[in-house]
Design a protein around this ligand. Structure first.
Ligand code: MLT
Ligand code: ZN
Length: 472
């Protein structure tokens, strides 16, 4: 365990000298709001609080702060928009929170090489919009994309709604400018589609949750924008029928949908309370959203008809074709607001991010029901069914006093079941602080030692986002 230095008045003055006083803050309200993410304060057994906030405006600023903090052994926690779901941006040891709100420029859209280069504080949706203005698409599409920063997406290797076809954030990152804890600035990767020159350090940084280096520039891949998009909304009586459809679409219609999302009955009930609107067949056991895209109207309609026929063969109660903006917006607003609905309507919950082989999803959901019976919980299950990634949300009755125990018991049981099914702990939200205690259930000692060794190589003084993923 490292002993860290406190942030004294002198440290604050030094930071003001490095960044300008307007880029340093210590007022308590700001410190509090920049010390949490979407896990929710009630989840933690103690309060985590930054001692000072810095808002770098450039790579030079980031480098100066890190070099200073490294020499003084002050912890630094990098932070995007605070939409994370693992406590990754929570300052576990106090110290400096480095917020990227002011490094928010799109630096370059390269139409020759089909790339976009951005600073880490650019909102994901702005990257999508900038690409769209050029007839291109940035395919990263996390549900929090209207708020999340691209730097946070990279740090957590965010997934989202288009992974089934286009892969996670990492699959779309070509290069990163990274500042190491020593303050040294380096580039990994480049505007090239192939690279086996040395080790793949780009993808070591992607998903490393800000424990190895601070990303200050991101070069992302763009793809041609498909002109036509259709979403099918398909209610089923049972979850099993819905899940069984997933491989059939790919095998029998021979296409990979751009999205294949799942919402159970409880998801729709909660989000409809929150939004005050309903989707058709709201009481059905499960709904799928199947998104298809293409450039040829006829080909696309042939495809969705074939998918629709398969849905009926699999027991669909109806197949709604959303080929107009309003209906599509309604479907996606519903899907993207489930997480927020839970956060707003409940105070005692755990949002999980389990992944299993797709065929094992019904068994996973069976284990969820068992755990709920055992610990008197309710579950809301939804997510990226095409990736086998289910967001299991465990909800506790507001009157329950010992809710942490119930939640921890259920989490442990579910993790065991997930492991049995060949699954893993997190698909896209990360380990951070929230899942660290359980990482050893999924990685063996050799693997954990490799992670610790890599951490020490990048960050020998252990100042960068300490307390996350592994303890040292
Ligand atoms: C989602 O898919 O809605 C996001 O990952 C957020 C969440 O599940 O809590
Ligand atoms: Zn998700």
């Amino acid at each position: 365990m490292t002993a860290y230095s406190a942030v004294t008045r002198e440290v604050v003055r030094d930071l003001e000298r490095l960044l300008g006083a307007h880029n340093v803050a210590v007022d308590p309200e700001k410190l509090a709001s920049y010390s949490r993410d979407e896990v929710g304060l009630q989840f933690w057994d103690r309060e985590y609080r930054a001692e000072v906030l810095v808002f770098p405006e450039s790579t030079g600023h980031v480098s100066a702060v890190l070099a200073y903090a490294d020499s003084r052994r002050i912890p630094v926690t990098p932070r995007g928009a605070g939409t994370g779901l693992s406590g990754g941006a929570v300052p576990a040891f106090g110290g400096i929170v480095m917020a990227f709100d002011r490094m928010n420029r799109i630096l370059d859209i390269d139409l020759e090489n089909l790339t976009i280069t951005a600073e880490p504080g650019v909102v994901t949706a702005e990257i999508q919009a900038a690409a769209a203005r050029h007839g291109l698409e940035y395919v990263g599409d996390p549900c929090s994309g209207d708020a999340s920063f691209i730097g946070g997406n990279v740090a957590e290797n965010a997934g989202g709604n288009k992974v089934i076809k286009y892969g996670t954030t990492g699959a779309n990152v070509l290069a990163l400018e990274v500042v190491l804890p020593s303050g040294k600035v380096t580039w990994f990767g480049g505007k090239r589609r192939k690279d086996v020159t040395g080790l793949n350090l780009v993808h070591l940084i992607v998903g490393s949750e800000g424990i190895l280096g601070v990303v200050t520039r991101v070069v992302l891949k763009l793809v041609p924008r498909q002109e036509k998009v259709v979403d099918l909304l398909v209610p089923f009586s049972t979850v099993e029928e819905a899940i069984a459809l997933v491989p059939r679409v790919m095998r029998e219609v021979k296409l990979i949908p751009s999205s294949l999302e799942f919402m159970d009955r409880n998801s729709l009930s909660i989000v409809s309370r929150y939004l005050g609107s309903r989707l058709p067949y709201q009481e059905a056991g499960a709904h799928l959203i199947i998104q298809l895209e293409g450039n040829d109207e006829e080909v696309l309609s042939d495809q969705y008809e074939r998918v629709g026929d398969l849905c009926f063969e699999n027991g669909a109660l109806e197949v709604f074709v959303a080929d107009n903006r309003n209906f599509r917006d309604q479907i996606w607003k519903t899907r993207k607001n489930i997480a927020e609905a839970i956060i707003v309507l409940y105070t005692k919950y755990a949002k999980e991010d389990l992944v299993v082989p797709t065929s094992k999803i019904p068994s996973l959901l069976e284990s969820v029901s068992e755990a709920c019976r055992r610990y008197s919980l309710e579950a809301v299950n939804y997510g990226h069914v095409g990736d086998g990634n289910i967001h299991v949300n465990l909800l506790v009755d507001e009157s329950c006093e010992d809710w942490h125990e119930a939640i921890e018991g259920a989490r442990r049981d579910l993790y065991l079941a997930t492991r049995e099914l060949g699954g893993t702990l997190s698909g896209e939200h990360g380990i951070g602080l929230k899942r660290k205690a359980y990482l050893g259930m999924f990685l063996d000692d050799t693997q954990l030692e490799i992670i610790r060794g890599i951490k020490r190589v990048f960050d020998p003084n252990l100042i960068l986002n300490p307390g996350k993923i592994v303890d040292l």
